[in-house]
Design a protein around this ligand. Structure first.
Ligand code: GUN
Length: 279
């Protein structure tokens, strides 16, 4: 293997240790950061993510509370809960776990979270700030990847970054964060014709589609940095990313593993955003 793995788990622990020190300082001033999570339905992956988020909060001294609702909960009930949390002075950050059940209007619910408690960065005001190059709460997964890039000391100025996947939670905000750091950005989708012709030109390649093995070593430029956002479960129950790690590791300079790569950084950045909201 030529590439170095970027150890997201270790970096997340480092970020959380800094968070713990910051929370300790805040507590001496009488402020305990508080995060509320709203979970609707019983998506097992969402439950696992929330467990990790709650644990990370507990580790650094952030209070967290999970409000759970059944899959048949109405739009009005979810909105009522969000509004209660908006008005609760002990809650500084609110996270509505996605995906919501199909019966609910996701955009309408996310719009209810007041912008200054929107630690996911999904409110239109926060998306607008990111669009203008002045992010207040950058979405956690892209923010975590920017920390990973900083941790390996890469200068992004003038580099060609290729993002595969145009989701509102990862692909689009990641493209904007890279652009804000003067990278030249290509945003591809799973439908891009001749995807490999784009990925092969990437100095930094971000893959966030949700398709195992979408990118292999033949599609990567020698010396590239490859960040894999995919979390897919194989028929055998193994967790794999969107990137074929073994073949890409022969070509790239740096690559993130799955698990233990981008995932832990998403959790750490949620804690960072919650502390920022409380400040
Ligand atoms: N579901 C998958 N990733 C995320 C995330 O970062 N935030 C929320 N709220 N839901 C998610």
């Amino acid at each position: 293997m030529a590439a170095q793995r970027i150890d997201g788990k270790a970096l997340a622990q480092q970020v959380l240790a800094e968070c713990g020190a910051e929370v300790a300082r805040m507590v001496t001033r009488g402020v305990v950061p508080g995060l509320a999570v709203v979970l609707v339905g019983d998506n097992p992956a969402s439950r696992a993510y929330i467990r990790n988020k709650v644990r990370a909060c507990a580790d650094v001294g952030v209070r967290s509370i999970v409000h759970e609702f059944g899959a048949d909960t109405s739009q009005a009930q979810v909105i009522e809960q969000v509004r209660r949390l908006n008005d609760d002075p002990a809650i500084h950050g609110i996270l509505v776990q996605l995906p919501l059940p199909k019966t609910l209007d996701e955009a309408a619910i996310l719009a209810e979270v007041v912008a200054h408690k929107d630690v996911d960065g999904f409110h239109e005001v926060n998306r607008g700030a990111l669009f203008s190059g002045q992010p207040r709460f950058p979405p956690c997964t892209p923010a975590g990847m920017m920390r990973m890039l900083d941790s390996i000391g890469v200068s992004l100025t003038g580099k060609h970054a290729v993002v595969v996947g145009r989701s509102n939670t990862v692909g689009k905000p990641m493209a904007l964060l890279l652009l804000a750091r003067d990278a030249t950005v290509t945003l591809c989708t799973s439908k891009t014709v001749d995807l490999a012709s784009h990925t092969r030109r990437a100095d930094v390649l971000v893959v966030a589609v949700g398709r195992p093995g979408l990118v292999n070593g033949d599609m990567v430029k020698p010396g590239a940095i490859v960040l894999d956002v995919g979390i897919n479960r194989t028929a055998e129950g193994k967790l794999v990313g969107d990137v074929d790690f073994d073949s890409v590791a022969q070509v790239a300079a740096h690559v993130t593993p799955v698990p233990g790569g981008v995932g832990p950084m998403t959790v750490a950045m949620l804690v960072v955003n919650t502390i920022a909201a409380a400040q």
